[in-house]
Design a protein around this ligand. Structure first.
Ligand code: URA
Length: 201
């Protein structure tokens, strides 16, 4: 698919999510003057990053990972030499859940097809999941298994000949705030991602 076609299809997704009145998070978005957070970055990205759901900063700006977790992500990307603008960053759930609670099963089921389409359009080589929700959704969808604990699988590669991408589950950047050793794990895992990107060239 050409880049302009990709951009056109991603815009269609954006318009559908803006109008997603059936979402249980739609009235919360409207009442608070929030924006849905669709995703941002390179529409031809080799590296696709997928988090959980927007927090308050993200919902106020419409941009993924622009608050505290985003600051950590930016620092680590810089540390390992990955340009944020070369990646595509999104979340599994595109609207902010109230008080940053975990997304529900129904919310994930409603928003995940948009994530599926974003992956199909962008055609990344590597999908790095940030946190357990996106990891468990994608690992189940692509038949790698269910209900993983991230600390058992972080930095492991899930790949198969019939899949055009590899999945690598990572800790969520917010999980590093109170557990210092997790930050080191996340840096080491991002170094693996950087190596994979370089080897894929
Ligand atoms: N946490 C997420 O999972 N996604 C964001 O966009 C921000 C914080």
């Amino acid at each position: 698919m050409s880049l302009s076609e990709k951009t056109k299809k991603l815009k269609e997704i954006k318009e559908e999510i803006i109008e997603l009145e059936e979402s249980p998070l739609y009235s919360y978005r409207k009442d608070n003057g929030y924006f849905p957070v669709i995703g941002e970055g390179n529409h031809d990205a080799d590296l696709f990053l997928v988090g959980e759901a927007p927090g308050e900063n993200e919902a106020k700006t419409g941009r993924p990972f622009c608050g505290r977790a985003g600051q950590i992500l930016d620092e680590i990307l810089e540390e390992v030499g990955i340009l944020r603008k070369s990646t595509y960053i999104t979340n599994i759930v595109k609207d902010r859940p109230p008080e940053n609670r975990d997304p529900t099963y129904n919310e994930i089921a409603l928003y995940a097809p948009f994530l599926d389409r974003q992956i199909e359009i962008i055609e990344p080589k590597i999908i790095a999941t940030l946190g357990r929700f996106s990891a468990n959704y994608l690992l189940k969808k692509f038949s790698f298994g269910e209900k993983f604990s991230i600390s058992k699988i972080n930095g492991k590669l899930f790949e198969r000949d019939d899949l055009p991408f590899k999945i690598i589950p990572l800790f969520h950047p917010a999980a590093t705030i109170y557990t210092r050793s997790r930050r080191e794990d996340l840096v080491e895992d991002f170094k693996k991602v950087k190596k994979l990107l370089t080897n894929n060239k």
